[in-house]
Design a protein around this ligand. Structure first.
Ligand SMILES: Cc1cc2nc3c(=O)[nH]c(=O)nc-3n(C[C@H](O)[C@H](O)[C@H](O)COP(=O)(O)O)c2cc1C
Length: 178
């Protein structure tokens, strides 16, 4: 296979694209679109999110040390774009997108009612990297819409119609390889 050598870049495919809700339900709350997100530990279950210090969400998450990772559906791309192109400093993204903030069970950050999967997270560690800060967080509660579960109680990607991201484009998961 002939290959080209490209400059160093974040070429991973696919990566999820998520809506992270943060702040406090009864106070300042916000939603940010993130693609730099991934599972980093199993016991306890943990995720890492990379957030630029300039983001308003960075300020809120640093303060409360809590957030919720919400997995959007393919038909929520518009909300994903709005939350990824406007700042909560100057606009209420829940109002702008029509997304509903609901109480979580273990954290003060709201979860997004319309997303079929919500992971409540508590920050354990913050790693300062050159462009982003990496928030390493434990998943302390999980919510899944019953309609996206299969007969074994697992999330069925076809029913959930979750989003993936590659090279600035949104893709809908998934084709099952037999
Ligand atoms: C598809 C997509 C993925 C993004 N991923 C990240 C990311 O991983 N980290 C980050 O800091 N910003 C990311 N952004 C940019 C933020 O979502 C954007 O700057 C947002 O307006 C910041 O909102 P805030 O100021 O309300 O926190 C992404 C934007 C899009 C559209």
């Amino acid at each position: 296979m002939a290959k080209k050598v490209l400059p160093p870049q974040t070429l991973l495919y696919p990566v999820p694209v998520v809506l992270v809700s943060c702040g406090e339900l009864g106070g300042k709350k916000n939603v940010i679109t993130l693609a730099w997100v991934g599972v980093v530990n199993s016991e306890p279950p943990m995720v890492g999110i990379g957030v630029r210090p300039s983001r308003y969400s960075h300020e809120l998450i640093s303060k409360t040390r809590e957030f919720v990772v919400n997995l959007p559906r393919a038909d929520q791309v518009k909300a994903v774009e709005v939350c990824g192109s406007t700042s909560g400093r100057t606009s209420d993204k829940f109002a702008a997108t029509g997304l509903t903030a609901e109480p979580a069970t273990k954290v003060r950050a709201p979860l997004i009612a319309e997303c079929p999967v919500n992971l409540e997270c508590q920050v354990q560690q913050i790693v300062n990297l050159p462009s982003h800060d990496l928030f390493l967080a434990e998943i302390v509660a999980v919510h899944v819409a019953e309609e996206v579960l299969d007969g074994n109680g697992q999330v069925d990607p076809l029913r959930a119609r979750l989003l993936a991201y590659c090279n600035g484009q949104y893709w809908q998961s998934a084709t099952l390889l037999e």
